[in-house]
Design a protein around this ligand. Structure first.
Ligand code: GDP
Ligand code: IMO
Ligand code: MG
Length: 428
């Protein structure tokens, strides 16, 4: 049962790309199971910086099949652009497989994302404006188009024309926009459809066959637990199931196949877009972390909001995902602080102190952090590859995080480069 799910434990950008790239060395397949090009996963190999949005990180390793699962919403022209970028860097994209059931992000989804955000005004969610929410909304409303439609020109034309009858009503009567011409929308996607057609297949079958052969299959989460549509800080979430259960649904595999669920945990917290964030630092320490960590979004370039690690939401993430281990990332970024804080409980608006994550967004919005402080460290340890080579205070910090979380640490990332890792317990 060698399926391993890798999931962000916070609000995204924990370093999932780097961890998946590392684990992919021993895997045969890497599967993306939700989201689309709202994701931005960075892998740094020597001087080469790769930013992946829709293509699973496994593509970098020639022996790994990269699968875009049925749970994704795919922007075809953006995917073609990403494939061209990879080929341009000498990375073969022939070992790619796209689920015929994955939904297509249509040009009007991008428009609607933008228009809805504008309409929300002060209540805007701060989406990536990649059309993700509207594409999943159409999927649920049963008027979405899938990759199997896209690659058959007649069928695509028929279904896109039917979808546009609804969409044009929305664009004109709700937003006062001009209606879109079906022929133009169809023509816009024709080149990408042709290019992607050879990759479209039954990926659930491929994945299950690999698992049957006993091969290691990695499931690469995008977004993260606190952005999950059910478990995140709704409505300030993305529109898919980014937590562990979503991997089975979004790939077509049984939960019985899952061997490990690895939580990727940044040693502090960041968030892009709006929504509650009890440990956010709106002071010079927050600015210091943003600059030292270069915390600007991979996809939109937005400044990420930063704050201390939050063990209340992390324990919740460990519970809903069933983390068997964690990869702690960006430990190096914290070097140079005199004191590091860990949020161990929330103080709610009525004064109550709780260690349990509140399942009520209003209550969560009013929560402030109760901290425990630990001494910091100064050293540069990006060359460290063993636990013993980390500064004693950094080790104590990692150990405390693991103890408060009740989950063992598998890996510690000590720099952005592929090899900047300390391995404690190898999940595969
Ligand atoms: P993802 O969305 O979870 O894959 O994360 P992103 O790639 O959006 O953001 C993580 C950023 O941190 C990237 O720029 C990585 O290159 C970088 N990174 C990953 N691990 C480390 C680390 O341990 N230390 C430092 N300094 N950077 C890291
Ligand atoms: P990775 O995979 C960080 C956030 C957006 C916004 C909310 C909804 O790189 O961790 P959406 O466009 O999905 O409808 O936006 O979710 N968001 C992310 N934040 N990392 C991501 O991906 C994100 N994908 C979406 O900023 O708050
Ligand atoms: Mg990212």
């Amino acid at each position: 049962m060698p399926a391993i799910i890798v999931i962000g434990a916070q609000w995204g950008d924990e370093g999932k790309g780097k961890i998946v790239d590392h684990l992919a060395e021993r895997a045969k397949m890497v599967v993306r199971y939700q989201g689309g090009n709202n994701a931005g996963h960075t892998v740094i190999i020597g001087n080469m910086v790769l930013k992946l949005h829709q293509v699973p990180t496994g593509i970098i390793r020639p022996h790994v099949a990269a699968v875009l699962g049925n749970g994704m919403v795919i922007n075809p022209p953006a995917l073609v652009e990403e494939l061209d970028m990879l080929e341009g860097k000498g990375i073969s994209t022939t070992n790619l497989h796209i689920s015929s059931n994955a939904h297509v992000v249509m040009p009007y989804h991008l428009m609607i994302d933008e228009l809805e955000e504008r309409l929300r005004g002060a209540r805007a969610l701060g989406t990536t404006k990649r059309g993700i929410g509207p594409a999943y909304a159409d999927k649920a409303a049963r008027r979405g188009l899938r990759m199997q439609d896209l690659i058959e020109p007649d069928r695509f034309a028929r279904r896109a024309t039917a979808a546009l009858e609804w969409i044009n009503l929305e664009l004109t009567s709700m937003f006062g926009e001009r209606p879109l011409a079906a022929e133009e929308v169809i023509a816009q996607y024709a080149p990408a459809a042709k290019r992607l057609a050879p990759f479209v297949t039954d990926t659930s079958l491929l994945i299950n066959n690999a698992l049957k052969r006993g091969e290691n299959v990695l499931f690469e989460g995008a977004q993260a637990t606190m952005l999950d549509i059910d478990f995140g800080t709704y409505p300030y979430v993305t529109s898919s199931s980014s937590s562990a259960g979503g991997a089975c649904l979004g790939a077509g595999v049984s939960p019985l196949m899952v061997k490990e669920v690895l939580g990727v945990v940044k040693t502090y917290t960041s968030r892009v877009g709006k929504g509650p964030f009890p440990t956010e630092l709106a002071d010079s320490t927050g600015d210091w972390i943003v600059e030292r960590g270069n915390e600007y979004g991979t996809t939109t370039g937005r400044r990420r909001r930063c704050g201390w690690i939050d063990l209340v939401s992390l324990r919740y993430a460990a519970r809903v995902n069933g983390f068997t281990g964690v990869a702690l990332t960006r430990l190096d970024v914290l070097s140079g602080l005199n004191e590091i804080k860990l949020c161990v409980a929330y103080r709610l608006a009525d004064g109550t102190i709780t260690e349990d994550y509140p399942m009520n967004t209003e209550v969560m919005s009013g929560a402030t952090a109760v901290y425990e402080a630990m001494p910091g460290w100064e050293d540069d340890f990006s060359a460290a590859r063993h636990w013993e080579e980390l500064p004693p205070n950094a080790r104590s910090y990692c150990q405390r995080v693991s103890d408060l979380l009740g989950v063992p640490i598998d890996l510690i990332s000590v720099g952005a480069e592929r090899n900047d890792l300390v391995g404690l317990r190898w999940p595969i």
